[in-house]
Design a protein around this ligand. Sequence first.
Ligand code: ZN
Length: 272
Amino acid sequence: MFKKHLRTEGIILRKLSLNEGDIIVTLLTKEHGKIDCIAKSARRIKSRFLGRLELFNRIDATLFSGRNLDVINEIETVGSQNFAAATVGTRHGASTGTPDNATHFLPNCAAAFFITEITHRLLQPGQHIAGAYPLFLEALSLLGRRPNAEGLMTGYLIQLFGLLGHMPSWRICAVCGESLDLQTPLTLAHEGLAVCCAKCSKNSAGFALGKTDEVLLKIVHFLQTHTLKEACQLNLSKEKETLWQWIQNVLRALLPYAIKSGSFAEEVMKSY
Ligand SMILES: [Zn+2]
């Protein structure tokens, strides 16, 4: 909640019907983090918000502080086209949803829903994390260019975990504090949120990064330190399963319940 009114750029993360006419919209904004706000009468046929409040849309919004939630006063779409259409890459826009388009762009759609839901779940209302908005914007923009959706999804998650302070440092052991040698077998302790050395690994029931998982360690490190564009170029064929398993571990540690779009994304990725 802020004083009187505010103008901000944001992307729509979620929409919920509040009553017959109104919608609760969750925005990830550029300067103010995640905001829940009400779009009054947005469900009415003659609503001035019609077509502008679609999921993934990038908007410029003017908000007024209301009694409980902020209220959307004005909305303008940023850019010349519907951002949702560009994101899922359909020729005629996301709303057409013909079976052909849906099949062809399924991995992109799955990735868009998955990263959007995770971003919504991991950020609290009013929480502003520096770097989260540009990262999300970049991920959606890249999805419009039909990338390797799997590389983008894993790269996005690992970088978001990093922004939220949930990534291992890779420099020192989380248990004994000694410098780590990345060439030796390591363990991801504390549900995958910290890394510990070979000595401490013996006493830790973590996610072991044995000799066979050296590649996984390198991949996570790569995804953490490179751009999303570079992440999209990574071929994750063999390590896909272990990487997903580790990501699921981290998500289970951070969230009290499963991500709804998670199994859908996993199924789609398996079949492409
Ligand atoms: Zn140690």
